[in-house]
Design a protein around this ligand. Structure first.
Ligand code: ADP
Length: 477
């Protein structure tokens, strides 16, 4: 008889395709299926946002929760988008217009600490067997929104182990100290050794201190997080937990992202299929023919992503006959700066558009990711898969997933893209020039495209790494 599956509760504030603001949703949405073949039975706990409740197929109530941070709630079970879900229905916390974290004006919901403490409270109660019959062997927590789960599990003496994954340390889940007792954090736990962060409560730090193991989404980001430049004030906490911290790369969903079967594009299996997609993209975006590479960006428009540097370096690309197409949304200043670029060889689409993102990645010659920091990054992985060569900053997961073109890697026929360092406009401009040089050498370019398309970017190895971590923590090895 085969071993029984390890039961894992994944606790997350977003999960593709139901609710998504970034890569966290993609990862949370892909992990259950990726782990199913690895002896892991994963259920996903989500807040009952409107979109989630509407998507639930045949939800059954599991338990009533008489009081949950200011009102009653229920735990529901159901399926949606192929996922096995548990959902915290609590209208006073989650039934709102707007996004998961922001109101319709783009401001944080003022009660975000309590909203996600409620998610964590329910997770810990499920683990303790207080809500329904299903109990996990382990809880996998994602980012600050699930940061209080390890704390509650430890303080409730549930004995259920937890893993916390850091998808982006820039988001720390801060709350004024005065609200700590309302969040259920008391006594010495409020000290510097506990959840205190510069006079406030950090829900992420609660997870970093109390989870049994910590992971982040690339080996390089794991190392970077332990340095003052990248740790955002939590590098000391992470250095203290060095032995428990590791990096496991994200994969991408190959059902959604495969150029041979993608319904949004003219499907192709070799780089020979790309020019038809490029022509279609140029037509769609109103770009003329051009002698240089068509570079694309699909990104949140924030400081992190380094796109202000791209604006500075852009003349270097245009001077070589290259083009730029940008799809993104975010900070008003960056949106405005991109909108203001007035050049026939630049196309800018402000907004969030999943279908267009597929056509851009299929139609582009290169994808640009000049991030100042990047925990893993997904769009460079899409680029590899689609033969759209990534030009990336040498940081985080970008360093771990792109094999830069050097004489040695070109000779060994393994190069898949271009990396630049330091992350400055000048270095980016030099990298764009190098990209244009390679593009002008069709044999080299198509060799790199084939290398890129052959590079493994699926979940296989990473799912195995998570399964091994769970087995280790639950004593199943
Ligand atoms: P982050 O999580 O920091 O935003 P990632 O690269 O890890 O960055 O993930 C971003 C995800 O969001 C990718 O799946 C990317 O394709 C998608 N995305 C970002 N901006 C847009 C947009 N404007 N339209 C469509 N998809 C987008």
């Amino acid at each position: 008889m085969s071993d029984p599956a390890i039961r894992v509760l994944s606790v997350t504030s977003e999960c593709a395709p139901l609710v998504k603001t970034g890569g966290l949703a993609d990862v949370a949405g892909a992990l259950p299926a990726a782990l199913a073949g690895q002896g892991v039975e994963m259920r996903t706990l989500l807040p009952g946002y409107r979109a989630v409740l509407e998507a639930l197929d045949g939800a059954t109530p599991v338990a009533r929760i008489p009081t949950l941070f200011g009102g009653p709630g229920r735990l529901l079970a159901g399926r949606a988008a192929g996922l096995d879900l548990l959902v915290v229905e609590a209208p006073h916390l989650f039934d709102r217009a707007g996004g998961p974290y922001l109101d319709t004006d783009g401001h944080d919901w003022p009660d975000n600490p309590e909203r996600f403490a409620a998610l964590a409270r329910v997770a810990a109660d499920i683990a303790a067997g207080r809500l329904g019959d299903w109990r996990p062997d382990l809880v996998h927590c994602h980012d600050w929104q699930a940061g209080l789960v390890p704390y509650y599990l430890r303080r409730d003496k549930t004995g259920v182990p937890s893993v916390l994954t850091i998808h982006n340390i820039a988001f720390q889940g801060l709350a004024p100290m005065a609200r700590a007792s309302g969040l259920g954090i008391v006594g010495a736990d409020l000290d510097k050794e506990g959840v205190e962060y510069w006079g406030q409560v950090s829900m992420l730090k609660a997870g970093l201190v109390f989870a049994d193991r910590l992971t982040t989404v690339s080996p390089t980001y794991a190392e970077e997080l332990m340095t003052p430049d990248f740790g955002m004030g939590l590098d000391g906490v992470l250095r203290a937990r060095r032995a428990d911290l590791g990096g496991i790369l994200n994969g991408i969903d190959l059902d959604a992202w495969s150029p041979g079967t993608d319904p949004e594009i003219r499907p192709y299996k070799t780089p020979r299929g790309k020019p038809a997609n490029r022509a279609a993209l140029r037509a769609e975006l109103g770009l003329p023919e051009a002698p240089g590479p068509l570079c694309v960006v699909v990104s949140r428009l924030t400081e992190q992503k380094g796109l202000d540097l791209l604006l500075e370096a852009l003349p270097r690309l245009l001077a070589r006959g290259g083009q730029l197409a940008v799809l993104g949304s975010g900070a008003a200043a960056l949106e405005g700066a991109f909108r203001a670029v007035d050049d026939p060889n630049v196309a800018v689409r402000i907004g969030y558009d999943e279908a267009l993102s597929h056509r851009m990645i299929a139609g582009g010659d290169a994808i640009l990711v000049p991030s100042r920091f990047e925990p893993c990054g997904l769009t460079q992985l899409y680029g590899l898969r689609y033969g759209t060569l990534p030009l990336v900053a040498l940081t985080g997961g970008l360093a771990d997933t792109v094999i830069p073109a050097t004489p040695a890697t070109m000779a060994r026929r393994v190069a898949t893209g271009i990396q630049f360092n330091p992350v400055t406009a000048e270095a980016l401009g030099n990298a764009l020039s190098r990209l244009c040089d390679l593009f002008a050498a069709p044999d080299l370019w198509s060799r790199m495209q084939r290398n890129a398309m052959a590079h493994p970017v699926g979940w296989g190895p990473s799912a195995a790494a998570y399964a091994a971590l769970y087995a280790d923590l639950t004593g199943e090895t």
